[in-house]
Design a protein around this ligand. Structure first.
Ligand SMILES: [Zn+2]
Length: 420
């Protein structure tokens, strides 16, 4: 695979899980710039490329995915997202480490590896429980920072070559974790071979990833962006791991990212029995028609309804001379802004993450400012792009509503909140 110099992306024609070419487009979204490529003021005059954003379904195994692969170098090298800066994630990882240790019951000092370990937040909780830990994180600055703070982190992309080096230098791993990253990888076979060779005979690979059935049910369509190549569900993954002599033996539901699953996978010679939830979820997926084109047609119609509702509301406000800001400069904001076509309505975006403040949104270059600005510039209303955190944002900014400000929640249902 090579990336063209100019475009930095290519289109894949085969299923990442079963190699089939029998792929059908099921959802067309407006092409966007790279969702998390917020730029500093020095680059505000640069034009950012946009890439197609269409979801495809593999008619043979049910795998749902984006076939367009943007060069990971372009996505990750400048990545400014740091785990601890995300609302609530640190607590989530604390519980995660606790749950995984309870389930796997590893021996003290067994090796835990986290691939895509970011600043080492998750590994720190395993380390606190007397486990040996090792991170792998291609964002070099974040990796260096983690190592300096006591979580040894290899600043590279994970692959089967690196896995050999890890086994040679550190031994086999009892737990390998990968959170919200497995879905971002194009060559899943290569990664999975690497994981298989790293696992100890009783080792367990734990993936946490957004669940496409929940994504559709909860209207989290803004979670579709170029970084997320895969939209996983149980049946296709269950088949996939079997191809590699591995076995999906347990699943837990987790509330992150609008609904995720935590998959537990062992070598097929592993000692754990397969729990009923694996078959239960596969039956559920069949029952809701997850692998049928018609289900996505209904999803597309619902997205369009939400778009019409929000744009009508914003047009009405603009006609009344109101000023409108946005809240939340995250990756999901980019998909929402482009697909809903509301760029012209939004004067600026506020965000509580200092790394995003005083940057400009991907492609459209809408300024991103600290949320104090709501009290200086006093916009009439604020569209909460970070709508999954709507309640906590509204709670935090009661003073904004006290002086007459409105908050608008765009999804899953349009909601306008105000005090007067
Ligand atoms: Zn397939």
């Amino acid at each position: 695979m090579t990336f063209s110099e100019k475009k930095h992306f290519y289109r894949r024609n085969t299923c990442r899980l079963c190699d089939s070419r029998n792929l059908e487009i099921v959802l067309h979204l407006t092409p966007t710039a790279l969702c998390d490529a917020y730029v500093p003021i020095e680059r505000v005059n640069e034009v950012q490329d946009v890439y197609p954003l269409d979801l495809f379904l593999c008619m043979d195994c049910g795998y749902i995915h984006l076939p367009y692969v943007v060069d990971p170098e372009a996505i990750y090298r400048d990545y400014i997202y740091v785990t601890t800066s995300s609302l609530g994630l640190s607590e989530h990882f604390k519980k995660y480490a606790y749950d995984v240790i309870n389930k796997i019951k590893p021996q003290k000092n067994a090796l835990v590896m986290d691939i895509g370990s970011n600043d080492g937040t998750l590994l720190r909780y395993f380390k606190d429980r007397d486990m040996k830990v090792l991170g792998v994180e291609p964002a070099t600055e974040i990796a260096r920072h983690a190592t300096e703070h006591g979580i040894e982190t290899i600043p590279e992309f994970f692959n089967s070559v690196l896995s050999e080096r890890v086994v040679h230098n550190y031994g086999h791993a009892t737990i390998v974790t990968m959170n919200n990253l497995f879905a971002n990888i194009d060559d899943l076979s290569e990664i999975t071979k690497g994981i298989r060779s790293i696992l100890a005979p009783d080792g367990v690979f734990v993936i946490e990833s957004s669940y496409v059935a929940d994504m559709i049910k909860n209207m989290v369509f803004d979670f579709i962006y170029h970084e997320h190549l895969s939209y996983f569900s149980v049946s296709p993954l269950n088949r996939f791991f079997r191809r590699f002599g591995m076995e999906l033996f347990d699943i837990e539901r987790v509330p992150t990212k609008g609904g995720s699953l935590r998959y537990y996978v062992q070598l097929e010679t592993g000692c754990r029995t397969v729990t009923p939830i694996v078959n239960e979820l596969m039956t559920y997926e069949d029952n809701i028609g997850l692998y049928r084109i018609e289900s996505f047609r209904a999803f597309a119609e619902k997205i369009n309804d939400k778009k019409v509702q929000l744009t009508n509301k914003l047009i009405e406000l603009k006609k009344a001379g109101k000023t409108i800001a946005g809240y939340g400069g995250s990756a999901t904001t980019t998909t929402l802004l482009y697909h809903f076509g509301i760029r012209e309505m939004i004067d600026y975006i506020v965000d509580d993450n200092p790394a995003k403040q005083y940057t400009f949104s991907p492609g459209y270059h809408i300024p991103v400012l600290p949320s104090d600005v709501l009290y200086e510039r006093k916009p009439d209303c604020v569209v909460v792009f970070a709508w999954r955190y709507f309640d906590s944002i509204v709670k935090k900014h009661q003073a904004f509503m006290d002086r007459g400000g409105y908050f608008i929640r765009p999804l899953p249902e349009l909601e306008v909140v105000y005090k007067h």
